[in-house]
Design a protein around this ligand. Structure first.
Ligand code: SAM
Length: 492
């Protein structure tokens, strides 16, 4: 039987978003552990290290040199925290790796006269937040006072309330500029769809239906994964949104995107507006997502592609609209070199022109423009498919480029194993050092011992250890700097 869940509604007000939130609530962290919802690339050690350097640049721009902060940033309170809000934090892996990276930068080069960073990890799914609270790796950061957990709907209007208790964070209590991190989140927040035909702007109205067995209720959670989505178009009203600037952008798209269909990231725009009010627009946003970054990429696009992840959905992000929003507020935007529909990273600053943040920009250019996270992904995909035995150096270089990412080792482990027979002692040491570094980035999401097994197999191929007891190889949780148990390194 076909049931209709929505008929002729604007996409941003559709039941789709509620169905999605119910899915995340039900699944909790299992959504990421199972891989049903992709999260490896946006929570990788590579992205964590890059974000840590960019945020360090931001702290410097906020007055960490010990001098007077640049005027456009306004007054900075060195004794008050500088909050980083991660929205839709999912598995929690990014927060853990970011905080480790920032601490390591701080040890090498402490920042004087600069506000202390407090990381606020948020998600609309309370089951995710409960899962984080039970995770010893995250609890260590909470106990050290650098991490706060919160259940928070990024498309809502609520204050950010620490979990399980604590004083809510709001425009009143936040004194310094803030950082927002939103990886694979804007693609999951409400959007609207439009197309331009013969110079007329038309709005897509959504019909949601599901073919379900007779006795199943439309409220059954399994229905979310089966919904059919159809768009019908009708002439759009002129002043659709509450902000004149967003209506102005629609007018400009009407003139420039004849024959194209595009998305308006209204959930993301409202979210930015609200957090901007926390910090008088002094907001740095870092967002990694699949998206369209310039007008050329929007031109000629047709029906919005909807990716399905179990009962969750994601749409392409119109980063061009977010950059336009930043520019209209007097801010600026940057993006990673490829700015690709596969994945791009954007930095938006809402509170001043590019000259306001020299250190932030420098770090972004070096970490995310010059070294695009997609480069590593491309190499891993290539190497995972290789049968040849002569790739050891390239494999190790790729693992380094990944920021020593356990997930990358699991993917290219079989290729590595084909390359570790008859190694010279120096090569063997290089492989063992690589395994050691990868192990220190482990953030287990499930009981599946993929990393431990892969490491054991690599060691077995090298003739160093048997593969039968992976737990001996990877004694969790990883203790800093501890060697792989039982290993004797070959002499230098
Ligand atoms: C695709 S996952 C991304 C998770 C993580 N940021 C990553 O990169 O792997 C989307 C996450 O956003 C959360 N989410 C969905 N809608 C949300 C909303 N309106 N506000 C806050 N979180 C939301 C989901 O619970 C889920 O954890």
């Amino acid at each position: 039987m076909t049931v209709f869940l929505d008929k002729g509604r604007r996409l941003s007000t559709s039941r789709l978003w509620k169905l999605q939130q119910d899915f995340y609530e039900r699944q909790g962290l299992a959504a990421f552990a199972s891989g049903v919802v992709p999260s490896q690339i946006t929570t990788s050690p590579r992205i964590a290290a890059a974000y840590a350097r960019v945020v360090r640049g931001f702290l410097l721009d906020c007055g960490g040199h010990g001098g007077t902060p640049r005027r456009p940033l306004g007054k900075i309170h060195p004794g008050e925290p500088l909050y980083l809000f991660e929205l839709g934090a999912g598995s929690g892996r990014l927060a853990h790796l970011f905080l480790n990276q920032l601490a390591s930068l701080e040890r090498t080069s402490p920042l004087a006269a600069c506000p202390r960073l407090v990381y606020v990890m948020t998600d609309a799914s309370e089951s995710n937040v409960r899962g984080w609270a039970a995770n010893p790796l995250l609890r260590a950061h909470v106990d050290a006072g650098r991490l706060v957990l919160a259940v928070h709907d990024a498309s809502g209007q609520d204050l950010v309330r620490p979990y399980p208790s604590g004083k809510p964070l709001s425009a009143r209590s936040v004194r310094n500029p803030i950082v927002l991190v939103a990886n694979y989140l804007f693609d999951s927040l409400p959007q609207d769809v439009f197309r331009v035909r013969n110079g007329v702007l038309e709005e897509g109205r959504v019909t949601l239906s599901a073919d379900i067995p007779e006795r199943r209720s439309p409220r059954d959670p399994a229905v979310a994964g089966q919904v059919n989505i159809r768009f019908d178009y009708q002439r759009a009203r002129t002043a659709l949104y509450e902000k004149p600037a967003w209506n102005e952008l629609l007018r400009s798209y009407t003139q420039q995107l004849e024959g194209s269909t595009f998305l308006m990231p209204i959930g993301a725009l409202r979210c930015l507006e609200r957090f901007a009010s926390f910090a008088r627009r002094r907001v740095l946003v870092l967002a990694a997502d699949k998206g369209r970054f310039d007008l050329e990429a929007l031109r000629g696009a047709q029906e919005p592609a909807i990716a399905r992840h179990g009962g969750a959905f994601s749409f392409m992000v119109n980063f061009h609209a977010l950059a336009d929003h930043a520019a209209r507020l007097g801010g600026f935007a940057m993006h990673s070199r490829q700015g690709s529909e596969r994945l791009g990273v954007a930095a938006l600053f809402l509170g001043g022109p590019a000259q306001t943040l020299p250190e932030t920009r420098l770090a972004f250019e070096r970490e995310l423009s010059a070294l695009d996270p997609l480069d590593c992904h491309t190499l891993v995909t290539f190497l995972a498919a290789q049968e040849d035995r002569s790739w050891l150096d390239l494999i190790l270089a790729t693992l380094e480029l990944s920021g020593w990412d356990p997930a990358c080792l699991v993917r290219i482990g079989p290729a590595l194993r084909r390359n570790v027979h008859g190694l010279k002692p120096a090569q063997q040491r290089a492989v063992l050092a690589a395994l050691e570094r990868i192990r220190s980035n482990d953030f287990p999401l499930s009981d599946a011992e993929d990393l431990a097994s892969e490491m054991a197999l690599v060691l077995q191929e090298m003739g160093v250890r048997p593969a039968s007891k992976p737990d001996d190889v990877l004694d969790r949780p990883a203790s800093s700097g501890a060697g792989i148990p039982g290993l004797t390194l070959p002499p230098s």
